[in-house]
Ligand binder design. Structure first.
Ligand SMILES: NC(=O)c1ccc[n+]([C@@H]2O[C@H](COP(=O)([O-])OP(=O)(O)OC[C@H]3O[C@@H](n4cnc5c(N)ncnc54)[C@H](OP(=O)(O)O)[C@@H]3O)[C@@H](O)[C@H]2O)c1
Length: 289
């Protein structure tokens, strides 16, 4: 049954990665449409700048709040999720959008490979800790920003820490985490059937955002040179806004989207057994009971 959904107006929308690029563009538009937006941010200065952009992006007063946390750290995620649960009696939309690529292999404060920790495990942990509140708030939606970079990847179940090699300036690892986003959505959607909560993910296209700027001057120049071939953050956020706001999108659960259309992910993103196995190892890696 399609959920009745009058858009995001008046609904609590939590978004990670809302301080830059695609997430900031989506947060601005969702706030403009009346969503009660909460940015999950890691630094005060970037949060303040994003809030200004969101406020300036609407002719009418908007609702925007900030919770602080570093998604690389599981203790930090648990803390900010507890704050969200204490502060918001209802959470109708959770957007897992934060993500990064790292040119060199690094470890998170929990000793986990950083791309995996930020792009996949943070998504997994934040969602599972907030899941009961989302269910209580149904109809509700969980949206995750994936990427077509998942298409050439497989989940390295025998080397989740990526100790066996670091190819393509971290791009291979990045693709694995984006495949994890798709498989996470597949398994989550299966578990959510009949709850009134849906889970979907999407590819934003190649977007001129702040992506890859953390990787030194060479990468920054590379991103600058490729800008003419990239779409704007606003365009990249369009499918995310549609998934969060439109009545139509309520018909879908477990989908992968591009330009407001459901498209097939790669075969690796349709592997239900891999999705269940990934869920189990993610529970272990995040110590979720
Ligand atoms: N750009 C593309 O072409 C493209 C294509 C496909 C998919 N994507 C995906 O789109 C999503 C958004 O990326 P973007 O392109 O908009 O890049 P971006 O401008 O670099 O934005 C990334 C966001 O993630 C946040 N973030 C990163 N690490 C974090 C951490 N440890 N804790 C908390 N927040 C953290 C950043 O916060 P700060 O502001 O504090 O840095 C920022 O808000 C990512 O999941 C990415 O994989 C991007």
């Amino acid at each position: 049954m399609i959920q009745k959904w009058d858009g995001v107006a008046g609904k609590r929308v939590l978004i990670t990665g809302g301080t830059s690029g695609i997430g900031l563009a989506a947060a601005t538009e969702l706030a403009r449409r009346g969503g009660q937006v909460t940015l999950i941010a890691r630094t005060e200065s970037r949060a303040a700048r994003a809030v200004r952009t969101i406020v300036d992006g609407s002719p009418k007063p908007v609702s925007v709040d900030v919770l602080f946390g570093d998604l690389a750290s599981q203790a930090s995620i648990r803390r900010l999720a507890d704050e969200a649960l204490a502060k918001y009696p209802r959470i109708e939309v959770l957007i897992n959008n934060a993500g990064a690529i790292y040119r060199q292999r690094r470890l998170s404060p929990d000793g986990l490979e950083l791309t995996w920790a930020v792009n996949h495990l943070a998504t997994f942990l934040l969602t599972t800790v907030l899941l009961d509140r989302l269910k209580e708030s149904a109809p509700a939606r969980i949206i995750t920003t994936s990427s077509d970079a998942h298409k050439s990847a497989r989940i390295p179940f025998d080397d989740l820490q990526a100790e066996g090699g670091w190819a393509g300036m971290g791009f291979r690892r990045y693709g694995e985490t984006k495949l994890a986003n798709v498989l996470f959505t597949v398994e989550l959607a299966r578990q959510l059937q009949g709850t009134g909560v849906t889970a979907n993910c999407f590819h934003p296209g190649f977007v001129a955002s702040g992506f890859n700027r953390n990787n030194g001057p060479l990468m920054r120049v590379g991103m600058m040179l490729s800008r003419p071939f990239a779409r704007s953050s606003r365009k990249g956020a369009q499918t995310l806004v549609w998934l969060a706001d439109s009545q139509e999108a309520g018909a879908f659960n477990g989908g992968y989207f591009f330009d407001e259309r459901r498209v097939a992910p790669a075969a690796g993103g349709q592997d239900a057994a891999a999705a269940r196995r990934l869920w189990q190892v993610s529970e272990q890696q995040t110590r979720v009971a």
